[in-house]
Design a protein around this ligand. Sequence first.
Ligand code: SF4
Ligand code: SF4
Length: 203
Amino acid sequence: MDAQTCLKKLGYVGVLSFATTDIKGNPRVRSISAIHYEPDAVYFFTARGKDFCKELLDTEKVQVLGYTMYKEMIRLSGTVKPAEEQEKWIDVIFAEQPYLANVYPGDTRRIGIIFCIKNMEIEYFNLGVNPIFRESYMIGGGKITPKGYMITDACIGCGKCVKICPQRAIEKGKPSMICQEHCLHCGSCFETCPVSAIMRRGE
Ligand code: SF4
Ligand code: SF4
């Protein structure tokens, strides 16, 4: 898997969930299909009057989620800004999504605004394979956020975490080691370790 294949898969999914937060910090999610993909950026259309537009302008953050028929979750987190060359990208998206001309006929599309996500982290999580598989990628200045768990040198090699792991993602040793690509982030190992040798990554 790689970042470009993830973008292609999101394109096949078509309608994606876009999450923002409002001024009070409340979560807001919308379904958006007016999206155009470039290798280094994702462009999408909304209208300037919508709360969604205001939240994007206020926070400059968005998270986008797609789920494929093959049980693949693809999550894109990034910074978002109004795109340069607004008219060009409006025309590109309207050409790719003919139904939009029904929603915004003729020049009414000019109430639209195109946002661009350039710096992003992409998380790929496939529950349709055994063992499960996850990986993260970056585009532009995006950063990979460490998630899940890690085993520290406090491990005494008892093997209890190895037995309880639903994905057999832990190699026994001293210290034992979590294979991050196959970890569910379920936390069973964390709760089971008798010497608290397992920590959340990134803490
Ligand atoms: S968090 Fe869950 S899946 Fe990951 S290593 Fe621990 S027990 Fe296994
Ligand atoms: S349960 Fe804790 S001490 Fe035992 S092998 Fe796992 S990490 Fe090491």
